[in-house]
Write a protein that binds this ligand. Structure first.
Ligand code: ATP
Ligand code: MG
Ligand code: MG
Ligand code: MG
Length: 480
């Protein structure tokens, strides 16, 4: 089943269950002080869950672009090394805003997977929340357990802890217990060796979670306390690329038609082959993943920059550039050349990528070229630093020099050092960064940014909007 059909079947199914189908919301958030990017399908609907505004319909379904590169959900370091975590991915979801609850959510998930997609029941496992005896003091979700029993044998219903079976978007906001659906796509031989149940949630590449059904019934307040939501809701999220992996009968998201056209293009451009060498493979996976994140962020209006979300995007792009430079021996811009294939593949479902294609290409090309100009020299310096390092930790000052002079984001420096089994003094780096900020702050007291930036390493408290100027909302933060 082609990925296009996987997506449209999902939406058609829920349309048939009276859901309103909506396009993906932009991935970049401009007015949420708690979050930079949409990291789950429910984020654009937060206000509905909280009862602050009314949805057009109390059943909605979509495929939402999500980015997990910062904050509570940060998968960046896994990307490229495993075969099922991406920076940007699509989350297929169905929602009930105070309408249906667990009974229907579970019945429909089961119907869609086993009847519409025809997934063999013998590869499916589900989990339910076991409760917690911490300060939240939550009970086991026996309701979900009893519903699942109608569809799947009890030895395939596993109980899970808070980490895996209580879903929260961030430190605040709507949340609740969840039931997850996992697939076991190992070969018969592998299955005979180890019981799937012992591998669930253990980061096995072929025993993976595909769908999370969240039963929203709480709101976590700023002080950490859970309060019951006025209505109960359903929030589900299924990883589109993982579902394609299952339905296309392959063992990696990168072997689905979501990624293969991009990978073929990288092979053509670099003359390397995917599948021959682990380092090359990681680099190809990183680049084919990161181009999607960067391209869609630009399409959604966030250009790479030196602050806030823009800096997150720049870091992702620089990470990709460096993998191409070091492991694919490509010293010229390459990533911008993948945008064409991407826009052909994704343009139908996400027209913004087609509409903004030329801008995206130009921005990426310029970014690549500018980082490549200093990357070479920076790597020479980094190698010298490595040689001169006694012990196992590189100082924050050295890392800061790389950041300041050669544009090496701190996580890139840390990554390269970890490849050489070295650590980095991040605290020392942050002190240097802070000093520099103070220097530039005193140099110019007036800010030219219209948006106060949330530095990831700063803890800032949202203190309200400044709406003195007509129609311009400026979020204000106080350092804490
Ligand atoms: P995992 O345990 O695999 O990291 P998760 O529990 O963090 O996944 P959820 O927050 O429950 O994921 O999100 C719902 C679904 O989105 C998951 O079941 C999975 O299919 C998919 N998903 C989550 N993170 C990623 C990612 N980084 N890349 C691709 N798909 C993802
Ligand atoms: Mg995760
Ligand atoms: Mg999980
Ligand atoms: Mg999950």
């Amino acid at each position: 089943m082609k990925s296009q059909d996987v997506r449209s079947k999902f939406l058609k199914f829920f349309e048939g269950k009276q859901h309103l189908i909506v396009p993906s919301a932009p991935m970049v958030l401009k007015n949420d002080p708690t979050l930079m990017f949409v990291n789950a399908g429910m984020v654009p609907f937060k206000e509905y869950f909280l009862g602050n505004s009314e949805p057009k319909k109390n059943r909605i379904s979509d495929s939402q672009k999500c980015l997990r590169v910062s904050g509570k959900h940060n998968d960046l370091e896994e990307v490229g090394y495993d075969t099922y975590h991406h920076t940007l991915f699509e989350m297929l979801g169905n929602w009930s805003f105070g309408d249906y609850f667990k009974e229907e959510a579970i019945a429909w998930a089961w119907e869609l997977l086993t009847e519409v997609y025809g997934i063999d029941k013998s590869i499916l496992y589900v989990t339910v929340f076991e409760g917690s005896d911490d300060e939240d003091n939550l009970k086991m979700d026996t309701e979900a357990y009893d519903i699942w029993k109608k569809y799947i044998s009890e030895d395939r219903i596993l109980k899970g802890n808070k980490k895996d079976n209580f879903w929260e978007m961030g430190d605040q906001g709507p949340c609740g217990p969840c039931s997850e659906i996992h697939v076991d796509i190992r070969s018969a031989e592998e299955k005979a060796k180890v019981d799937a149940k012992t591998l669930i949630n253990m980061d096995h590449p072929h025993v993976v979670e595909i769908w999370n059904l969240v039963f929203m019934q709480y709101n976590r307040k700023a002080n950490g306390v859970l309060e019951a939501l006025p209505n109960k809701h359903i929030d589900t999220g299924m990883g589109f690329e993982r579902l394609c992996m299952v339905l296309q009968d392959v063992q990696s998201n990168y072997d689905t038609d979501v990624f293969t056209p991009i990978i073929r293009e990288i092979e053509t451009i670099t003359g390397k082959t995917y599948g021959d060498n682990e380092e090359v493979d990681i680099a190809i996976r990183v680049i084919s993943d990161h181009v999607r994140a960067v391209a869609f962020s630009i399409a959604d209006g966030q250009l790479p920059s030196n602050t806030g979300s823009g800096y997150v995007i720049r870091r992702i792009l620089r990470r990709a550039v460096r993998y191409g430079f070091t492991f694919l021996d490509k010293k010229e811009p390459l990533i911008y050349r993948l945008v064409d294939v991407l826009s052909k593949k994704m343009g139908e479902a996400f027209p913004e990528i087609r509409a903004q294609k030329v801008l995206i290409e130009n921005v990426i090309k310029e970014e690549e070229a500018s980082f490549l100009r200093t990357l070479d020299q920076g790597l020479v310096l980094l190698n010298r630093i490595v040689e001169e390092t006694k012990g196992d930790t590189v100082s924050g000052e050295k890392a800061f020099e790389l950041y300041d002079t050669y544009g090496f984001p701190i996580d890139l420096t840390a990554l390269i050092l970890s490849e050489k089994n070295l650590k980095l003094d991040e605290k020392g780096f942050n002190e240097q960064l802070q000093k520099q900020k103070e220097r530039s702050r005193s140099a110019s007291e007036t800010s030219t940014e219209d948006w106060t930036v949330l530095f990831e390493d700063d803890v800032q408290e949202f203190i309200g909007y400044d709406t003195q100027e007509a129609n311009v909302k400026i979020a204000k933060y106080r350092k804490v």
